[in-house]
Design a protein around this ligand. Structure first.
Ligand code: UDP
Length: 323
């Protein structure tokens, strides 16, 4: 099979690209290299079954050209990271709205199935223990810019659903919950690589807010095969699936675990949100998924525990420091 991975040079996209190539498929990656890097594609580059096209998902001609002859599309390209969303809010909104519409429209023309990557952020401030796909969204003001990411992704979901329902395009939506692992950078705000980099360089670990906020971190290696299964299963089209771990940690505990695992003598400092982020930030106090649907349908399982995840990120960040 031949697949298009938009955002193929990004964190999840590059792991998906490697996985598809390892399964014997051909991959076209479309990436504007805004947050993705060629470094992430070091394993794929040089493989005759791999092709990188540098371009934007908002460019209809580029998307159409990249989609030619493909059997399926993984649409992962997006503006990501809380820092990106707050600092480049308009660009981010445009990419996340128009990019998805452009990809869906090209897929309709080509008759190609599409997986659209949404986000657990769509649940907003719903702190239910075990968020199911039908759970209510609790979102702040549209002018509190943090929510613009969730708003764009929620509209992407509705678009994907309607392209399926009204236009017959096979689409499926996934909502990843705090996917982490090697290659993720802390530059755009993601907490785990930030803590690991801080610990390895002897800098204080910056816990934002109280540190009591809860997240569940899932290894990218658990997420990637599920993406392939969900797109390949016609029974999943027109549906949405959570993908994540149910192992909870507070961010304060995460900082302590990173210190223990690295053996770092760094201290932990708490930073008020107002100092940590530009205007427009609001946090979510707890985000815990129920992934029963993906488990039942495609055997999804979060196999990597948090300690193993932390170790894999430490190994990756250490290798970058020393090379
Ligand atoms: N966070 C933190 N220190 C950092 C970066 C993030 O305490 O250096 C917090 C952030 O405020 C949030 C949690 O860690 O409560 C997870 O943040 P991230 O941006 O990784 O993911 P998300 O908020 O989308 O779950």
């Amino acid at each position: 099979m031949r697949y298009l991975v938009t955002g193929g040079a990004g964190f999840i996209g590059s792991h998906l690209t490697d996985h598809l190539l390892a399964q014997g498929h051909e991959v076209v990656a479309l990436d504007d290299l805004s947050t993705g890097t060629l470094d992430n594609l070091a394993g794929a580059t040089g493989d005759s079954r791999f092709q990188l096209r540098t371009g934007s998902v908002c460019d209809a001609a580029a998307v159409r050209a990249a989609m030619r002859g493909v059997d399926g599309v993984f649409h992962l390209a997006a503006a990501v990271g809380v820092f990106t969303i707050l600092e480049r809010a308009l660009d981010s909104l445009r990419t996340n709205l128009h990019g998805t519409e452009t990809v869906l429209e090209a897929a309709r023309e080509a008759g190609t199935p599409v997986l659209v990557a949404s986000t657990s952020e769509v649940y907003g401030k719903n702190t239910a223990l075990g968020l199911t796909e039908g759970a209510d969204r609790i979102i702040g003001s549209p002018l509190t810019l943090r929510w613009s990411y969730a708003e764009a992704k929620a509209l992407d979901e509705t678009l994907a659903y309607l392209y399926h329902r009204e236009l017959g395009v096979p689409t499926v939506v996934v909502r990843p919950f705090n996917t982490v692992g090697p290659r993720q950078t802390g530059r755009y705000g993601m907490v785990l690589p930030r803590f690991v980099d801080q610990a390895l360089s002897g800098q204080p670990l910056t816990v934002f807010g109280t540190g009591e906020q809860v997240r569940c971190f899932c290894h990218v290696a658990d997420v990637v095969p599920a993406l392939v299964s969900l797109l390949g299963d016609a029974g999943c089209h027109g549906q949405v699936y959570n993908l994540g771990s149910s192992e909870q940690t507070t961010i304060g505990q995460l900082a302590k675990r990173v210190l223990a695992a690295t053996g770092s003598a760094s201290e932990i400092v708490t930073v008020p949100y107002t100092d940590a982020y530009p205007d427009g930030y609001e946090d979510m106090q707890r985000r815990v998924p129920d992934c029963g649907l993906a488990e039942q349908r495609v055997g999804f399982a979060a196999r990597h525990g948090l300690d193993e995840i932390i170790e894999s990120v430490i190994a990756d960040r250490r290798a970058r420091v020393t090379t």
